[in-house]
Design a protein around this ligand. Structure first.
Ligand SMILES: [Zn+2]
Length: 109
């Protein structure tokens, strides 16, 4: 057994410093697996839309959720259209909020 980083067989995984920081802060924020009543505390942060499909969403909070290792493994790199749409809707909402913020800043000048 060695600790060398091994590229996942199921495609790309995030493992850099920025990712580790982000993953840590999300797990501090969300302390449970997102599957209802799951008691497992061995948590990982999962990309809802897989990295291979949307590399630009690798650090997008809207595309991340907390799951235990077991459920994350069961789910593999699949995502449904409904999940995809949910993530996109959340990202659109964030962009809208940012836009409103800048507009209100301009009015205050
Ligand atoms: Zn779970």
């Amino acid at each position: 057994m060695n600790n060398r980083y091994v590229r996942g067989k199921r495609g790309r995984t995030a493992s850099d410093w920025r990712w580790r920081k982000l993953s840590q802060s999300i797990r501090r924020e969300v302390k449970f697996c997102e599957v209802p009543r799951c008691p497992d505390t061995d948590l990982t942060v999962d990309h809802i839309i897989p990295i291979d499909e949307a590399p630009d969403l690798i650090y997008a909070r809207e595309n991340l959720r907390v799951m235990c290792r077991t459920h994350n493994g069961q789910r593999q790199d699949k995502c449904t259209d409904a999940e995809r749409e949910q993530v996109q809707a959340r990202i659109r909402a964030r962009r809208q909020r940012a836009l409103h913020y800048y507009q209100s800043q301009e009015m205050n000048c």
